[in-house]
Design a protein around this ligand. Structure first.
Ligand code: BTN
Length: 325
């Protein structure tokens, strides 16, 4: 999806007017065609003032994640340089899987303003209303072993945490394996899915959902106690585009770091900013539920629990509930 030429022209005037005549000359189109294009931009949500004898002026940009808006000023070399955008999608992870047929480049990002069937872990739904969150899937072609996948999703949590801190100066903690919490409530969830053969990974899809601009009332009743948004934490709306760009920048930095140096840094951050270590937690995985004190995040990414009888068990995946600190 390329930026409409007329939009680029209006932007080049930096809030000033450009005459219809100049646009017609520059774009080689008629006055009637200009009007049609102006209307198309207005439909996308851009506010364009039109004044007789002065022409047209771009006076506001919508809160939308159009690929050309995200790419403008994006501090990355490859992550997010290719964007697949949907106003509405069932789930960006599903759309990312679909996109694999076209052999997408490493770092392609699938974005949706709204998901109608957003998926969480353990078959749960992920509530994804229009325009108030970041609902995205990152497609990676890692050259790493399948055993490293859990650590790659931990890497995503570390990068999102850093991105949030850099963009809006708010600390969030990491609930093992890869949820982000603000004041004990969930602000971000990550759902990684693989494609490829058992031992040879071809693609990894990392689905990331971040609650950005919802108010408490926007959450369905059953999520009000457990979910939160950056807006609720900060008491103001957050610029989703800038937040996304910062997070994509951090994802790229972490991905490059992991590819050259391994996971030592990621694991250190997971431990340092952990909401889990030291707490009594229950880890559920399918039919298994284990409750114990979270003692350590081991070097392979597993969580070591000290069970009530004194036995120690390491779990490798699952959903964690914090029972007591
Ligand atoms: C969880 O915490 O259970 C994981 C939630 C993951 C949600 C994101 S939103 C973008 C991507 N598309 C989905 O359908 N799910 C992930």
């Amino acid at each position: 999806m390329e930026e409409p030429k007329l939009l680029a022209l209006l932007k080049s005037k930096k809030g000033g007017f450009i005459s219809g005549e100049a646009i017609a000359r520059d774009m080689g189109i008629s006055r009637a065609a200009i009007w049609k294009e102006i209307e198309a931009l207005r439909t996308l949500g851009y506010t364009i003032d039109a004044k007789p004898r002065m022409g047209y002026c771009l006076s506001s940009t919508p809160d939308k994640l159009y690929p050309w808006e995200v790419r403008e000023g994006l501090p990355t070399r490859f992550i997010g340089q290719s964007i697949i955008y949907f106003d509405e999608a069932d789930s960006t992870n599903n759309r990312a899987k679909e996109a694999l047929k076209e052999a997408p480049s490493d770092g392609t990002v699938v974005l949706a303003e709204r998901q109608t069937a957003g998926r969480g872990r353990l078959g749960r739904q992920w509530y994804s209303p229009t325009g108030s969150g970041l609902w995205m899937s990152l497609i990676l072609k890692p050259t790493l072993a399948v055993a490293d996948i859990p650590k790659l999703t931990m890497m995503a949590a570390v990068a999102v945490r850093k991105g949030i801190l850099e963009a809006v100066q708010t600390e969030v903690s990491i609930k093992w394996p890869n949820d982000l919490l603000q004041n004990g409530r969930k602000i971000c969830g990550i759902l990684a899915e693989l494609s490829g053969e058992a031992d040879r990974l071809s693609y990894l899809i990392i689905g990331i959902g971040i609650n950005v601009n919802q108010t408490a009332e926007d959450f369905p009743e059953e999520l009000r106690e457990i979910g939160t948004s950056l807006r609720m934490a900060l008491g103001r709306r957050v610029d989703r585009r800038r937040l996304l760009q910062t997070i994509l920048g951090q994802l790229e930095e972490e991905y490059i770091r992991v590819s050259s140096e391994g996971f030592t840094g990621v694991l250190a951050e997971c431990r340092r900013y952990s909401a889990t270590l030291g707490a009594t937690v229950t880890v559920s995985n399918g039919n298994t539920r284990l409750t114990g004190v979270a003692e350590a995040i081991e070097d392979h990414g597993g969580l070591r629990l000290l069970l009530p009888g004194g036995k120690k068990v390491t779990v490798y995946s699952g959903d964690t509930t914090i029972e007591k600190r």
